[in-house]
Design a protein around this ligand. Structure first.
Ligand code: HEM
Ligand SMILES: *[C@@H]1O[C@H](CO)[C@@H](O)[C@H](O)[C@H]1NC(C)=O
Ligand SMILES: *[C@@H]1O[C@H](CO)[C@@H](O)[C@H](O)[C@H]1NC(C)=O
Ligand SMILES: *[C@@H]1O[C@H](CO)[C@@H](O)[C@H](O)[C@H]1NC(C)=O
Ligand SMILES: *[C@@H]1O[C@H](CO)[C@@H](O)[C@H](O)[C@H]1NC(C)=O
Ligand SMILES: *[C@@H]1O[C@H](CO)[C@@H](O)[C@H](O)[C@H]1NC(C)=O
Length: 505
């Protein structure tokens, strides 16, 4: 008897869950828009949700199947989104009609300290004010100074490679997981440029900043699981007052920044890092920013910079080992740059002058799109029309919008032979042929990435140092097909980014 009752209760719970998981699936029926049949819980994201494909591959394939529709309905798990497949319409929504689409998709986590104050989460006027505080922080002039902090970490990384060749494969060759190396570098660079703290994770991998910082990277481990629960069921999440991050760990970073700011003001210390720049920006701003609001901007580095910056170096080196001729040409440029410096340390302007480096990194960002998609939220109703004035779609306030960046980047109409790694697409001669709004590694419009200069400078600076000293080759453990083996939001093979470094004479 009891057994039957338990079965019955389970069946009812199952049915309710199923009904809840599909309750949003009628969203497009009356809206005159094409969509593909969604599945319970996963919507149109079955492949990436079941860990069968990366988010990039999923986005790219969905786009590929639906690209003959300018607009298509997409179920991102349970959330209905309107995906814009047409470059001109992307411009229309993200640039021309920005006033109607000024925010990112909401993150419903009110209990999370700092997160709601991060620039990418802020909304409307509040966002506008903070964005104008931060814009001067990321200018070329400021990056030029910040580079002198980064170069110390590059040097420490190289010193580590020289002194502790992990798995020797030959006299001057060794194998390493580039991802592990770049994570340490990312950590140290963030510590010094954002938090004003000098750490060396190569010599001291257990340093406090690194151990605590690791738990705040939300794209893996516990934070990722919690984040998924929060995306699927924000009400449950908030009802139990769950938080994605451990509050003691968040406190550690708040204290780090607040203490550093007070110490510097008191002792008149200047250092060309985020803390300094935020202190100056705060003084010049008319708004009365709280400590949390300021600290949150340093916190962004864990969300936006940590993984992305390290992945960019990994995917680029992965392409270089598969394309020895491109690597050789890059080496020539790096060598010329070094000679032109006449013994002086690498600086921001020398990095900017490396045109082939820029082509290589740009192509890497195209082929291995780090952010598979960007999102927007409609805040005021908007009627989208085509050039002839024919009505295409009526956006309603609250609609979520998706821009399929990795779909566009792999569309052969915009990038012929998209699977080919071809830096020449970005040469001075051919750059003009790029179709506007098809190449969006850092997003588009006023809401696009604010840290792109920082990211490029770090990746290029590190690549310069690597190229100068080592030749990168495949090793037995190198992933054969990155596109097929990557999982989740990152372009990372589950086994790691193994490659072989050969010392240059
Ligand atoms: C290779 C590295 C990076 C890539 C590929 C990347 C990519 C992106 C993309 C695609 C967006 C969304 C843009 C849109 O919706 O149109 C974005 C936004 C953003 N990124 Fe990055 N990013 C990178 C590094 C960084 C770094 C180093 C920072 C450092 C502060 C940063 C800070 C931000 C912020 C604050 C936003 C939100 C901007 C806003 O809402 O106003 N990103 N990024
Ligand atoms: C898009 O679809 C076409 C035809 O099915 C296929 O040949 C092509 O490889 C696909 N591209 C991507 C990026 O999946
Ligand atoms: C980093 O750059 C600064 C300023 O150019 C220079 O003084 C310092 O020696 C450099 N450090 C290394 C390790 O190259
Ligand atoms: C800014 O806020 C602080 C704390 O809330 C308050 O003490 C101070 O008077 C405010 N300053 C201005 C100029 O509003
Ligand atoms: C890369 O940056 C984007 C934009 O800030 C962010 O949404 C995404 O989560 C980052 N990727 C990773 C793996 O951290
Ligand atoms: C847009 O996305 C948010 C967060 O994922 C969700 O709460 C909201 O219901 C979505 N809007 C619509 C109209 O589906």
């Amino acid at each position: 008897m009891a057994f039957v009752e338990i079965l019955l209760v389970l069946a009812i719970i199952g049915l309710l869950l199923l009904q809840w998981s599909t309750s949003t699936f009628r969203a497009f029926e009356k809206r005159n828009i094409y969509f593909e049949k969604p599945y319970p819980f996963v919507g149109n994201m079955a492949a990436s949700a079941m860990q069968k494909a990366s988010f990039q591959k999923q986005t790219s394939e969905f786009y590929n199947r639906t690209r003959h529709h300018k607009l298509v309905g997409l179920f991102n798990l349970r959330t209905p989104m309107i995906q814009i497949n047409d470059p001109q319409l992307i411009r229309e929504i993200c640039v021309k009609a920005f006033d109607h689409f000024p925010n990112h998709q909401p993150l419903n986590i009110p209990n999370e300290r700092l997160v709601s104050h991060m620039l990418n989460v802020m909304r409307d006027q509040h966002w506008k004010n903070m964005r104008s505080v931060l814009t001067p922080v990321f200018t070329a002039a400021k990056m030029r100074k910040m580079f002198t902090l980064m170069n110390e970490s590059f040097a420490e990384c190289l010193e580590h490679l020289r002194s502790s060749q992990p798995i020797a494969l030959g006299e001057n060759a060794f194998e390493l997981d580039m991802k592990v190396l770049c994570n340490k570098l990312s950590n140290d660079v963030i510590a010094t440029t954002a938090f004003g703290l000098k750490v060396n994770s190569f010599v001291d991998p257990g340093n406090e900043f690194h151990t605590i910082g690791r738990t705040l990277v939300f794209s893996r481990g516990m934070p990722f699981l919690k984040f998924m629960v929060c995306l699927l069921a924000p009400n449950v999440f908030n009802f139990f007052k769950l938080t994605i991050f451990d509050s003691a760990k968040v406190d550690y970073f708040v204290r780090l920044v607040v203490d550093a700011m007070q110490y510097r003001e008191k002792h008149h210390i200047t250092r060309p890092d985020m803390i300094q720049l935020l202190l100056e920006a705060k003084k010049e701003s008319e708004d009365n920013w709280t400590d949390d609001e300021i600290v949150a901007q340093c916190f962004i580095f864990f969300f936006a910079a940590f993984e992305n910056n390290s992945n960019l170096i990994c995917t680029t080196t992965y392409e270089l080992l598969h394309n020895p001729d491109i690597q050789e040409r890059l080496y020539e440029e790096v060598k010329e740059t070094q000679e032109a410096l006449k013994g002086a340390p690498l600086n921001y302007d020398a990095v900017q002058k490396m045109t082939y480096m820029d082509m290589v990194v740009s192509e890497s960002l195209r082929k291995w799109t780090l952010s598979a998609a960007a999102d927007r939220l409609c805040s005021k109703d908007y009627t989208l029309t085509d050039d002839e004035g024919t009505k295409l779609f009526e956006f309603k306030a609250g609609d979520n919008i998706s821009i399929p960046i990795s779909g566009l980047h792999w569309d052969e109409r915009f990038f012929p032979q998209p699977r080919r790694f071809d830096p020449e697409r970005f040469s001075g001669r051919r750059k003009g042929d790029l179709i506007p709004y098809t190449y969006l590694p850092f997003g588009v419009g006023p809401r696009s990435c604010i840290g792109n200069r920082y990211a490029l400078m770090q990746a290029k600076g590190m690549l310069y140092n690597l190229m100068l000293n080592y030749k990168i080759e495949a090793s037995p453990k190198t992933t054969k097909d990155l596109w097929e083996s990557a999982r989740g939001f990152n372009i990372i093979p589950s086994t790691g980014f193994w490659m072989q470094l050969v010392l240059r004479e």
